[in-house]
Design a binder for this molecule. Structure first.
Ligand SMILES: C[S@@+](CC[C@H](N)C(=O)[O-])C[C@H]1O[C@@H](n2cnc3c(N)ncnc32)[C@H](O)[C@@H]1O
Length: 236
């Protein structure tokens, strides 16, 4: 077998470590994320995932006892962090059913953090815009989370169709919210018309707690990009 064939079959893996802590507090947690040197969006932790994960860490008390679904999770830093905290009622992480290598890598990311799928965390295939029976079985949820999923306008409506359906499963006792980080890539992109079409409301969530408590400078955390935290809910 040639060395080229070996490289093609086994992409180079490197482990990125993310340490979450707060100054003056002894609690800390380290997450290991295996990243693969190969083409594809799913094998690398995008800066928006660190921003969302830091927000979840700082606000972790809010997620105790909650049921959370991460969509388009890729390496799943936010979902894995919540599962490692060990006090959510359920954490489900998902990536597209049509990307088996992405889902295989999600399992690898769980293993790197000693999380057993089916026990400590659930891993499912969920393709945006396709409402298979498995999507109907996910509710009840408290939060849907995502990082850097609005990276290509051709998928914006598919994401919002899935989110709109999941938000519509809310009840008076479980009002579901979609919390996500968005990296600005073009000022021409907008979801305004889609929000109206699918009866959704979007508002900006302040990142002031991240600015205050994250030991990293926010520009370093965002790797020089502009990243927003947004929340979408269903209009009554
Ligand atoms: C830019 S990456 C972000 C990954 C991860 N959330 C992060 O921030 O590091 C986009 C993710 O969306 C997933 N994705 C792309 N198209 C999808 C689809 N139609 N349904 C579900 N997931 C999809 C990709 O596999 C990839 O993991």
């Amino acid at each position: 077998m040639s060395s080229n064939a070996l490289t093609a079959e086994q992409p180079v893996e490197s482990i990125k470590k993310f340490k979450f802590y707060t100054k003056g507090d002894s609690e800390e947690i380290e997450i290991s994320i295996p990243e693969l040197l190969q083409p594809g969006y799913s094998f690398y932790s995008w800066p928006a995932s660190s921003v969302l994960a830091w927000f979840l860490w700082i606000q972790r008390d809010k997620f105790v006892g909650k049921r959370i679904l991460e969509i388009g999770c890729g390496t799943a830093l936010p979902g894995i962090l919540l599962a490692k905290l060990g006090n959510c009622a359920k954490v489900i992480i998902s990536d597209s059913c049509t990307l088996p290598n992405a889902l295989k890598h999600v399992h690898r990311c769980c293993a790197a953090n000693n999380l057993e799928p089916g026990k400590d965390i659930d891993v499912i295939g969920l393709t945006w815009g396709i409402l298979l029976k498995s999507v109907f079985d996910i509710a009840p949820l408290d939060y849907i989370i995502a990082s850097d999923c609005f990276y290509d306008p051709s998928v914006f409506e598919d994401i919002l169709v899935t989110v709109s359906f999941l938000l519509s499963t809310a009840t008076d006792t479980t009002p579901v919210k979609f919390l996500f980080t968005y990296q600005d890539r073009s000022s021409d992109w907008s979801i305004e018309h889609l929000l109206q079409k699918w009866d959704l409301k979007c508002s900006k969530v302040s990142l002031s707690c991240v600015r205050k408590y994250c030991p990293l400078e926010i520009d370093d955390l965002m790797c020089g990009h502009t990243i927003h935290l947004l929340e979408i809910t269903k209009l009554p």
